[in-house]
Design a protein around this ligand. Structure first.
Ligand code: IPM
Ligand code: MG
Length: 370
């Protein structure tokens, strides 16, 4: 029995999560697996009503589960950053989900490239550091002191920043930070995955030609780890990488990226491979509680319309099962999705007419037929 905390979240989150749960429930019918789903209202509605984001009680509650299944977080009525940092990033950091695994296989015939190409990329995005640490602030009149704190499982760091400029201007800082131990465990995980799929090469992204401190440490660790693991390493600057992913994505198999660049290239890759409607992600803590969600956001303007593609969220359930040690079931979901698409059932974003729930039903039917 897997205990699954379900966080439908905001916007179209509840609609797509519902389809994902349908698919999981059909597996429980005849595949020797059981799920105990429990929904929690960690979302914008609760925030607007009570002012609560992710609370200490939520965290305690979530610790009782095997895994977390998330829809999407984000609401136009709330200032950008509040829900994202207060809920989504807070969950990733609290549960020390330092890997974000975002598979990007070409979903034929839905790819958006001019050339017909076949490829299958796995992106590993570092998920708790980089420019996402939330350490920053603004100083007025050229002067100011910032007392910053970065709290993670691996460390609790205080950073003091004293700014004194000779110009009476307003300045803003956003500190990017990485730690050796975190890069090491992230590299270990990515390299173990590469080996598991029989891949002997990895492409590592950064901008070490400009941010040479933060990505200097990043490169030191990657060079050591790849040498040790006997994996061929190529570095790519992120700007060149965006071009390469459009020009010849078939040259890549496993890609590792720092948090912010990983965020950017996974949206790009989602579009290349079939659109955001097809792209799932797993926020993984190999020794803790992981969380699975679509790469897309809450798309508030489509809320309640039953038109959004639920496949990204259904495939997030596949990643969840892989992570829970049931790859066999993950494969069944993948095949179910492929079969439903091959039968011509697909949503608006893919050029079809199916509704969100019809898409979910088609996957369920395909799984039932085996
Ligand atoms: C993602 C999203 C988030 C991120 C936002 C909503 C904070 O874009 O999961 O890719 O930047 O990680
Ligand atoms: Mg993103």
């Amino acid at each position: 029995m897997f205990k699954v905390a379900v966080l439908p979240g905001d916007g179209i989150g509840p609609e797509v999560v519902k389809e994902g749960m349908k698919v999981l429930k059909v597996l429980a019918e005849n595949h020797s697996v059981q799920f105990d789903f429990q929904e929690m209202d960690i979302n914008s509605e609760r925030y607007l009503r009570t002012g609560k984001l992710l609370t200490a009680e939520d965290v305690e509650q979530l610790k009782k589960f095997d895994t977390i299944y998330l829809g999407a977080v984000g609401d136009d009525r709330v200032k950008p950053g509040v829900l994202e940092k207060g809920i989504l990033l807070a969950l990733r950091f609290q549960f020390d989900q330092f890997i974000n695994h975002r598979p990007a296989p070409m979903w034929k015939p839905f790819g958006r490239l001019k050339r017909d190409m076949d490829f299958n990329i796995d992106v590993f995005r570092e998920n708790t550091e980089d420019y996402y640490v939330g350490a920053g602030g603004r100083v007025q009149e050229g002067h100011g002191k910032l007392n910053l704190e970065i709290k993670r499982n691996l460390y609790d760091m205080r950073v003091q920043l004293q700014a004194d400029a000779d110009a009476k201007d307003e300045f803003a800082f956003e500190i990017g930070m990485m730690s050796r131990k975190n890069i090491e465990r992230f590299a270990d995980f990515s390299l173990t995955y590469a080996k598991m799929i029989g891949e002997k090469k990895i492409t590592v992204i950064d901008k070490a030609n400009v941010c040479s401190n933060i990505y200097g440490l990043w490169r030191d660790v990657w060079s050591e780890k790849c040498k040790h693991a006997n994996v061929e390493l190529s570095y790519m600057y992120v700007d060149a990488m965006t071009m390469a992913l459009v020009k010849n994505p078939d040259k890549f198999r496993v890609i590792a990226a720092p948090n912010m660049f990983g965020d950017i290239i996974t949206d790009l890759l989602a579009e290349v491979t079939g659109g955001l409607g097809m792209a799932p992600g797993g926020n993984i803590n190999p020794k803790g509680i992981s969380m699975f969600e679509p790469v897309h956001g809450s798309a508030p303007k489509y809320k309640g319309m039953n038109t959004i593609n639920p496949i990204a969220t259904i495939l997030a359930a596949k990643l969840m099962l892989d992570n829970l040690g049931r790859r066999d079931l993950g494969d069944i979901i993948n095949r179910g999705v492929r079969t439903a698409l091959d039968q011509g059932v697909y949503t608006h974003d893919l050029g079809g007419k199916a509704t969100t729930s019809e898409m979910g039903d088609a996957v369920v039917a395909a799984i039932r037929r085996g």
